[in-house]
Design a binder for this molecule. Structure first.
Ligand SMILES: Cc1cc2nc3c(=O)[nH]c(=O)nc-3n(C[C@H](O)[C@H](O)[C@H](O)COP(=O)(O)OP(=O)(O)OC[C@H]3O[C@@H](n4cnc5c(N)ncnc54)[C@H](O)[C@@H]3O)c2cc1C
Length: 391
C-alpha cells in the first residue's frame, strides 16, 4: 500500500530543505520531492557562499526576521555538527546618500545593530584591499558574514532525514491538484497523496504555480573567482564580505559584492547584484562571455587595486525576482492546504531557516506569528481576488 504523508514539499533546495527540517522536527510525516540532486548546481543555492547581514538596506521590515534567523543558524550548526556561518563581518561602501549605505545605516540605527561608519581613508587603512573616492564612506557591520551555501542545504537536508523526513532527489513533479480533503502530486514516475502541500520551486515557481500568475522573472547571474596579486590583504582577517554601490561613477547600475579569499573553490569570489539576463530556468546559457568579464579590470582599478584580473573560474546562478524585489510567502488563495514561498529576488538565502518555520506554521496552523505579513501575496490584490483555473 502506498505511504501517505502529512505534508509534501516540492523543491528541496534552499527553502524546501529548511521547510522539511522544521516539519520533521514537529513530528510530521514529510515527503520532499526534488527534480535534481540534493543539493545541485542548476538553481539558486550553489557557488559556495551567501552573505548574511542584519543592517538591511532593502527594507527595514526584514530586520525582525533576521534577528529571528541568527539563533536558528546557530542551532543548525549544532544539530549538523558543522560550521556553516563564517562571522567575518561585512562592509558597505558608497556615497553617504546611496541606498546601500544610507539604507543600511537607517536599519542599523533603528534596530540597534552594531555598526561603525568609516571615512574613505579609514576604509583603506582598516581593510587594505579596498579603495574608494574621498567623499565616500563605509558602513562596517561586525556581526555579518557569509554562509557556506551548499553545506547549509546539505545540513538542512541531513537533519530533516535524521528526523524522519523522506527526501527523493531526481524526482520531478509534473502535476498537482488539491481538494478540501487532500493534495495529489504527480511525478514522472509516481503519484503521492498528503494532507498538505508546500511549493518551494525557486526559479521554476511560475511553472508549478501557473494558476496564480505570480509576478516573477528569472535571471541569470554571473560570479567570478579571481586570484589576487597579493594574498594577505584579501584574507578574512583583513577583508570582510563587502558590497560597493558604484553609482553614479561607473556605467554599470547595480551593486558589486564579494567575499574574502577562500580555498574551496580557490580565489576571491565576486559578483554584480544587478538585473541580469532574463532566461528560462531550463535553458540557461552557462558559458560566461568575454563581455561579461569586461567590468573586472575597471572595477579592480577603482576599488581593489591589488586584485588584478587572474580569473580562476566563473559560474552562473539564477535569481527569481518578484516585481517589487520582495519575497512572496503565503497560502494559496483557493486552496488553504497549499502554501508556497517564491520570488527571493537574489537575497533570500540568509533567511532560509526562518522561512522554513514560517512555511511550517502556514501549512500546519494556517498562520504564523513571525512578521511575514509584508511578504504576503495580498500586496497584489488582483492575484488573490481573481482566481484563475486552479491546480
Ligand atoms: C549568484 C547569487 C548570489 C546570491 N547571493 C546571496 C547572498 O549573498 N545572500 C543571500 O541571502 N541570498 C543570496 N542569493 C539568493 C539565494 O541564494 C536565493 O534567494 C535562494 O537560494 C532561493 O532559494 P529557493 O529555495 O527559492 O531556490 P532553490 O534553492 O533553487 O530551490 C528550488 C528548488 O526547487 C526545485 N524544483 C523546481 N521545480 C521542481 C519540480 N517540478 N519538481 C521537483 N523539484 C523542483 C529546484 O530543482 C530547486 O532545487 C544569491 C543567489 C545567486 C544566484
Amino acid at each position: 500500500m502506498q505511504e501517505t504523508y502529512d505534508v509534501i514539499v516540492v523543491g528541496v533546495g534552499t527553502m524546501g530543505a529548511a521547510a522539511c527540517r522544521v516539519l520533521a522536527q514537529r513530528g510530521c510525516r514529510v515527503l520532499g520531492l526534488e527534480q535534481f540532486q540534493i543539493p545541485h548546481r542548476l538553481g539558486s543555492h550553489h557557488g559556495g557562499s551567501r552573505m548574511i547581514r542584519q543592517a538591511y538596506f532593502e527594507h527595514p521590515d526584514y530586520v525582525r526576521l533576521l534577528q529571528a534567523v541568527y539563533p536558528l543558524w546557530q542551532e543548525l550548526e549544532v544539530e549538523a555538527a558543522e560550521e556553516l556561518f563564517a562571522r567575518v563581518g561585512a562592509i558597505y561602501v558608497g556615497r553617504p546618500d546611496c541606498e546601500l549605505v544610507a539604507g543600511s545605516r537607517r536599519a542599523a540605527e533603528a534596530y540597534g545593530i552594531e555598526h561603525e561608519v568609516l571615512g574613505s581613508s579609514d576604509v583603506a587603512a582598516r581593510f587594505p584591499a579596498l579603495r574608494c573616492p574621498t567623499d565616500w564612506v563605509g558602513l562596517f557591520e561586525p556581526g555579518a558574514g557569509y554562509l557556506r551555501a551548499e553545506a547549509c542545504v546539505s545540513a538542512l537536508s541531513r537533519v530533516a532525514l535524521r528526523q524522519g523526513a523522506k527526501l527523493c532527489g531526481e524526482t520531478k513533479v509534473v502535476d498537482w491538484r488539491a481538494t478540501d480533503e487532500e493534495v495529489v502530486v504527480t511525478t514522472e514516475r509516481e503519484t503521492f497523496r498528503a494532507g498538505r502541500l508546500i511549493f518551494c520551486g525557486g526559479a521554476w515557481s511560475s511553472r508549478l504555480l501557473g494558476d496564480l500568475g505570480l509576478p516573477l522573472r528569472v535571471t541569470r547571474q554571473v560570479v567570478h573567482w579571481v586570484w589576487p596579486q597579493a594574498e594577505a590583504p584579501f584574507e578574512a582577517e583583513r577583508l570582510p564580505c563587502w558590497a560597493i554601490d558604484p553609482q553614479p561613477h561607473g556605467q554599470y547600475a547595480g551593486i558589486y559584492y564579494g567575499f574574502p579569499l577562500s580555498w574551496d573553490p580557490p580565489g576571491v569570489k565576486l559578483g554584480w547584484h544587478a538585473p541580469g539576463m532574463e532566461v528560462s530556468p531550463d535553458h540557461v546559457p552557462r558559458e560566461v562571455s568575454a563581455e561579461e568579464r569586461e567590468w573586472l579590470p575597471e572595477f579592480s582599478r577603482q576599488f581593489m587595486p591589488q586584485l588584478g584580473g587572474q580569473v580562476l573560474g566563473t559560474g552562473t546562478c539564477l535569481y527569481t525576482y518578484s516585481s517589487d524585489g520582495h519575497f512572496i510567502i503565503d497560502r494559496h488563495p483557493q486552496h488553504p492546504n497549499v502554501c508556497f514561498a517564491a520570488g527571493f529576488s537574489g537575497h533570500g538565502f540568509k533567511f532560509s531557516p526562518v522561512m522554513g518555520q514560517a512555511l511550517a506554521d502556514l501549512s500546519l496552523d494556517g498562520q504564523s506569528t513571525l512578521p511575514i505579513d509584508f511578504l504576503s501575496l495580498r500586496r497584489w490584490r488582483r492575484l488573490v481576488d481573481e482566481p484563475r483555473l486552479s491546480g
